[in-house]
Design a protein around this ligand. Structure first.
Ligand SMILES: Cc1cc2nc3c(=O)[nH]c(=O)nc-3n(C[C@H](O)[C@H](O)[C@H](O)COP(=O)(O)OP(=O)(O)OC[C@H]3O[C@@H](n4cnc5c(N)ncnc54)[C@H](O)[C@@H]3O)c2cc1C
Length: 370
């Protein structure tokens, strides 16, 4: 392998953004091409969560941003009117809009750096480069470009995110996922549709599902009309005495966890998931599908579907390309906790930054110093 003279980062959500910043911490002079299908100003799909309550304490979000100088956190926060992450109580969670503002500021700063080139395009395929075996070639397309083009790079980071899966065919009225996550949007929506819905079904009892339930209750839906279709009982993240958090990736956290522990109305019905339960949802019901996600436009590998991702290393072992890496919501880190439970770590916070650092250190150790 040769010295990494270039990186390609795919995706402009918070995980792609922190990846660009962390690359610059390890390889300050490297050339980075940053490609995103959606406009950079949208901050990926994450930018849709402005008034959605987050589940990470502010201190953890700010510790992450401060750890990466290229995110320009302190300076950008000083230019924003309050409330900001810096003025919010550190030990509390916050509306995700405050994190979106900070990551948007970081993204703008990174985009303006002379060694970062941004391109709004879709990466359709990644392949080894025939003329330079240590490089990868990304084939890209864009409505604004008359013909497909390629980007060659010595390391690729894929941070392409996930979108909610489309609901299965149902006669019921489907409430859009992003509407259901936002307390204000769901409240306005319910005002229009509440009288036409006899019952409200929510699929999944993880953070998204229980947030939808909380938002329905706060919008005035009687709890006796809410049914949750779930696979397993509610699970909460637990702070352990020696400093780690049990079920950090899969357990309920933040204000949603507090509400479920203290205020979950007993009239809400929980139904064990099964094909029959889904089939029994009446046409007069409203449904929020919050349990399934899918890749929106994952690139192929040499024209075929990408082989499985290894969540520990962040690579795709079956490609034999140790310079193809993937991170973020679509390719989370697999982690074994202090009690031996394996779970995925989703999010853009400090444990994600540490995962990125391990990946950068591995890249650095595989080649001579620049
Ligand atoms: C209700 C809720 C609350 C949450 N709260 C928190 C929290 O408090 N803390 C936390 O850490 N996490 C939280 N999360 C999780 C967090 O939202 C995700 O981890 C984060 O949005 C993932 O960001 P990402 O960058 O991986 O993906 P995205 O934001 O989905 O960005 C993906 C990007 O990739 C681009 N893309 C996709 N395919 C291609 C392609 N082929 N070519 C080019 N570009 C492509 C897309 O256009 C987009 O720009 C929460 C999630 C939910 C649902």
């Amino acid at each position: 392998m040769t010295i990494p003279n270039s990186f390609l980062v795919i995706g402009s959500g918070p995980c792609g953004t922190l990846t660009v910043g962390t690359i610059l911490k390890y390889f300050p002079r490297v050339a980075i091409t940053w490609v995103s299908k959606t406009p950079f100003s949208q901050l990926g799909n994450f930018g849709r969560y402005m008034d959605v309550p987050g589940n990470t304490p502010v201190s953890v979000i700010t510790k992450t941003l401060r750890a990466v100088p290229a995110m320009n956190f302190e300076s950008a926060q000083g230019n924003r009117p309050s409330p900001t992450l810096s003025t919010w109580p550190e030990d509390k969670t916050c509306p995700l809009g405050l994190a979106i503002d900070a990551y948007n500021d970081a993204s703008s700063h990174l985009q303006a750096l002379p060694n970062v080139e941004t391109i709004e395009a879709t990466v359709d395929d990644i392949s080894p480069c025939s003329s330079s075996p240590s490089s990868l070639i990304a084939s890209c397309s864009s409505p604004s470009s008359p013909s497909p083009f390629t980007v060659s790079s010595s390391n690729v980071f894929l941070a392409s995110g996930l979108v909610p899966s489309p609901p299965p065919p149902t006669p019921a009225h489907v409430i859009p996922f992003y509407t259901a996550m936002s307390p204000s949007s769901l409240s306005s929506y319910i005002k229009k549709f509440s009288s036409t819905c006899t019952e409200f079904y929510v699929t999944g009892s993880s953070h998204s599902g229980m947030l939808a339930v909380q938002n329905l209750c706060n919008a005035g839906v009687p709890p006796s009309r809410i049914k949750v279709i779930h696979r397993s009982p509610l699970r909460y993240a637990e702070a352990m005495p020696d400093g780690w958090t049990k079920f950090d990736g899969s357990g309920l956290k933040g204000t949603v966890a507090e509400w479920c522990k203290n205020d979950l109305p007993p009239e809400i019905t929980f139904l064990q998931t099964s094909p029959d339960v889904f089939a029994s949802i009446p046409s007069s019901a409203c449904v929020i599908y919050s349990h399934a996600w899918e890749h929106e436009s994952r690139p192929s590998w040499m024209g075929s579907p990408l082989p499985p991702h290894d969540g520990y290393s962040g690579t795709f072992p079956k490609t034999a390309a140790d310079n193809l890496h993937a991170v973020g919501f679509a390719f989370p880190e697999m982690y074994t906790d202090g009690e031996g439970h394996e779970e995925y770590r989703v999010g853009f916070n400090f444990v994600f930054y540490l995962h990125l650092c391990r990946m950068m250190e591995r890249i650095r150790s595989q080649q001579p110093q620049q």
